[in-house]
Write a protein that binds this ligand. Structure first.
Ligand SMILES: [Zn+2]
Length: 395
């Protein structure tokens, strides 16, 4: 595997002039909102797009390609592929943007050229783990799915660019990283019940959680960028994103689905939703006492899906599959073997100290809809979770 390089620069124009001297070797992919970079107080913004054009660089303006198609969707990937010439395989492809843009290009290049092409990223926020992982999360028909994609080999953090990220986007990276608290629990649970053979070291997880809790100041984001890079690389080694995408992500994706279907609340930042979902599940864990999935809930699930106006056939299928596996699980034994070490109070205190929302309402999600999402999340995907039984039992 190619070594992964993560480096830091301060001024973007100097960085571009120095790094991309042979402009013909590079192709740049740009987004709409992040074309202008300047001083911290935004007094002297410069147009990156013009700068690259003047330097004779090849640029692809991703937002302008079929603006109706949402970024980070399979449709957008296919639209963008048309704009990548066939003879660009030897060039280094550089994404100047954040999660959605990177996910789109990572998958488009993968489909076009396979894995033998060079991809770099210049993030415009510290918002995702995608900077260092070989996966892309893309939407199709309001459903989010993980796709294999190109592994970036280099990420260049430019202070002047990160300054321009809205604070919420940087917070989003921290919120998304919290997922390791609950997703690791799901991974251990899957091994315990025998649906997976992969094991995850407790020491590794707890060292990551310690690293998260040691982050204090986001105005200097290096500890956060290091954490995001580590998590992305771990996904590559693990072979899937499940290591940082447990039930908290199923809940966040369900919220996205409800926002799309109903338009009842605006689509929220992925990472902030994940942070809130992680806290919610951590709170549920402490009240766990039931043996899961004895009673047949098929009718209740049908009714719940009707309430949400989502089709229920697939949800019932997932339920039957999970019920068969989970009805004989000795939850007590699992909890004795795997004591949960992150307390709800500690997590809540940490989130409050960073202004990460800790209630649905403070994220503009009405409590009623949040509970709908929580009750539907077990049926969003067939990946078995520790929280499935507890939530389905309460339906
Ligand atoms: Zn995520």
């Amino acid at each position: 595997m190619k070594p992964f390089i993560s480096s830091y620069e301060s001024n973007w124009q100097e960085t571009f002039l120095k790094t991309f001297k042979n402009q013909n070797d590079f192709v740049f992919y740009l987004g709409k909102t992040q074309k202008f970079f300047g001083d911290k107080d935004q007094k002297n913004p410069s147009d990156l797009y013009k700068f690259l054009k003047n330097a004779g660089c090849h640029t692809v303006d991703v937002y302008d390609i079929d603006p109706k198609k949402p970024i980070a969707s399979l449709d957008k990937v296919h639209a963008v592929m048309e704009y990548i010439p066939d003879d660009f395989k030897d060039k280094t492809h550089v994404v100047v943007g954040s999660g959605s843009l990177l996910d789109t290009i990572k998958h488009a290049l993968y489909l076009k050229y396979g894995t033998e092409v060079s991809l770099w990223s210049i993030p415009t926020a510290t918002s995702v783990t995608a900077y260092s992982s070989p996966f892309a999360v893309l939407e199709q028909n309001s459903h989010k799915k993980t796709y294999p994609s190109l592994l970036p080999s280099r990420v260049i953090w430019v202070e002047q660019i990160i300054w321009h990220a809205p604070t919420l986007m940087n917070l989003s990276g921290l919120g998304d990283a919290l997922a390791i608290i609950t997703s690791s629990y799901d991974i251990w649970f899957q091994k315990f019940i025998g649906v997976s053979t992969q094991s995850l070291s407790q020491d590794k997880v707890y060292s990551l959680i310690d690293l998260i809790f040691s982050i204090q100041d986001l105005s200097f984001p290096k500890p956060l960028t290091d954490l995001l890079i580590q998590l992305g690389l771990m996904c590559g080694e693990w072979g899937s994103t499940s290591i940082i995408s447990g039930f908290e992500h199923a809940l966040s994706h369900t919220l996205d689905l409800l926002s799309h279907e109903y338009d009842l609340f605006p689509l929220q930042s992925h990472g902030l939703q994940v942070g809130l979902a992680t806290l919610t599940l951590t709170g549920l864990e402490t009240s766990l006492h039931n043996v899961p999935l004895k009673e047949d809930k098929t009718e209740k699930i049908k009714a719940h899906c009707k309430l949400l106006k989502v089709p229920y056939a697939h949800a019932i299928e997932i339920y039957q599959y999970k019920r068969n596996i989970l009805k004989n699980v000795n939850l007590k034994k699992f909890q004795e073997e795997q004591p949960f070490k992150v307390s709800y109070k500690k997590l809540q205190k940490f989130m409050v100290s960073h202004n990460i929302p800790i209630t649905a309402e403070s994220l503009d999600i009405p409590l009623k809809e949040f509970n709908w999402a929580l009750n539907y999340a077990p049926f969003y995907r067939d990946r078995i979770s520790f929280w499935d039984g507890q939530i389905i039992e309460k339906l």
